[in-house]
Design a protein around this ligand. Structure first.
Ligand SMILES: [Zn+2]
Length: 449
């Protein structure tokens, strides 16, 4: 029954939707369906050709890179190997913040503004062009199809970004209905909400779940507690992303929903970096992304050695992400995957975690619910949130010139709205936030229950 409907959506409605938005998503996905089977050398050659193209475009159209290349005497057309990327400096959030305007291409197409907390807790504004949207959507679509599900199959999304939640305008609502996507707000995890989530999932009988591993685990455990079976609904796969996936979470989700669990790694800023295949490997989106692993001194590391994940997104001519530091720690794999795909693999991703926080009344909420409060304030450059106990939460803020003293009260009020009015919230303005040994900022440390 769902087969025909899904084929209509996947083959007709969604392609039309993308074409109206002037996206080339369908063509890109079809190309990616073919190139995923290519041998590594062929993928590497594609990367080199596209890298040369991106860098030449940046030189011709992006003031930030035109100036930088002139300064360091870099010639994009002279590049003979992807590894020569290492001649270029890194891009990070503070550089994007300082050069937002000069990072825009003078011929950019349909730039859309994004604001993300990223995984480092530093708010960031950046832009995404149409080409990049097409490529990121195509990469996600391809990986979805690895799991024998497709756009148009019924889906439950457990998510928490106010951008997504607030963006439920009429057109998006209609689109979500056609795509059969239903959104459950991950921020509110009271007992009553969890009961209603379980009822929604049972009613919808989705083919796929999508959400934070912590949120899906939480729902799974609640179903277990209530003695409600969830493994009889025909759910094929749970896609998880945005946080580190722990083995016990994978086991719980898989057991309770009776499905596979597929891990994804990426972000709005860095792109759709890697996704798990049914054989269990995290395959890189190598057609679009060059991934380097660097040590603390910024030196590129060989496969097998852990370091910071640095990405160059090859579809970002409109607002280039070249050697962008993700702040996440990972290890490249050298082996091949039994699924037969030539796409290289990421062995491990460490240092991504967004925990839950707990309100005074015991409601469990996603840590992002607090992060969004800080992220939306102009002048907050970075922050760290430590929930010491249900009664006390400490916030450290590195404030920029736009920060107003009244914002301290806004932070306190915002946190109390989430955590409970009686909760003590201490805001401390600091010059810098102590980095952990991985070089990351830790924004939610722990919650005492
Ligand atoms: Zn594989």
């Amino acid at each position: 029954m769902s087969g025909l409907y899904t084929r209509l959506v996947s083959g007709l409605f969604f392609p039309l939707h993308e074409r109206l938005k002037k996206h080339t998503t369908v063509a890109v996905r079809k190309q990616m369906d073919a190139s995923q089977w290519w041998p590594v050398d062929q993928l590497r050659a594609l990367q080199l050709a596209r890298l040369r193209q991106l860098l030449s475009h940046a030189q011709a159209h992006v003031p930030y890179y035109r100036n930088m290349f002139a300064e360091i005497g870099f010639q994009p057309d002279q590049i003979r190997d992807v590894a020569e990327l290492a001649q270029l400096p890194f891009l990070d959030k503070s550089k994007i913040r300082a050069h937002t305007e000069s990072l825009k291409a003078d011929n950019a197409q349909g730039l859309a503004r994004f604001n993300t907390g990223g995984s480092s807790g530093e708010p960031l504004i950046f832009y995404i062009g149409r080409q990049r949207v097409s490529h990121d959507v195509a990469a996600k679509w391809r990986a979805t199809r690895w799991w024998d599900v497709d756009i148009g199959d019924a889906e439950i999304v457990v998510w928490g970004s106010p951008i997504e939640l607030g963006g439920q305008d009429r057109i998006k609502h209609v689109r979500d209905q056609i795509l059969r996507t239903q959104l459950l707000p991950a921020f509110e995890m009271s007992e009553a909400k969890l009961d209603s989530f379980i009822a929604s999932i049972r009613r919808t009988r989705p083919k796929m779940l999508f959400g934070y591993p912590s949120a899906l685990t939480h729902i799974a455990q609640h179903a277990q507690k209530r003695g409600v079976a969830m493994n009889d609904l025909g759910i094929k796969v749970a896609f998880v992303t945005s946080e580190r996936l722990y083995d016990n979470q994978r086991a719980t989700i898989s057991q309770v929903f009776g499905c596979s669990v597929a891990n994804g790694y990426g972000g709005r800023d860095a792109g759709f970096i890697a996704h798990e295949c049914p054989a269990g490997s995290m395959h890189l989106t190598a057609e679009d992304l060059i991934v380097e692993i660097v040590n603390e001194a910024g030196v590129v590391q060989p496969p097998g050695v852990a370091g910071e994940i640095v990405v160059t997104h090859l579809a970002t001519g409109d607002f280039p992400f070249i050697r962008y530091r993700t702040g996440d720690i990972g290890v490249l794999d050298t082996g091949t995957c039994s699924c037969g795909r030539g796409l290289p693999m990421l062995k491990e991703i460490q240092g991504r975690s967004t925990d839950f926080v707990i309100a005074a009344d015991g409601t469990v909420m996603h840590g992002l619910s607090l992060i969004y409060i800080l992220r939306d304030l102009a002048g907050v450059q970075s922050f760290k949130v430590v929930q010491e106990s249900r009664a006390l939460t400490r916030v450290q803020v590195v404030a920029g010139p736009e920060f107003q003293p009244s914002m301290v009260d806004q932070i306190v009020a915002g946190f109390r709205r989430r955590l409970g009015q009686g909760v003590a919230v201490q805001v401390e303005l600091v010059d810098s936030i102590a980095a952990e040994k991985s070089g990351k900022f830790r924004y939610i440390i722990s919650h005492a229950v």
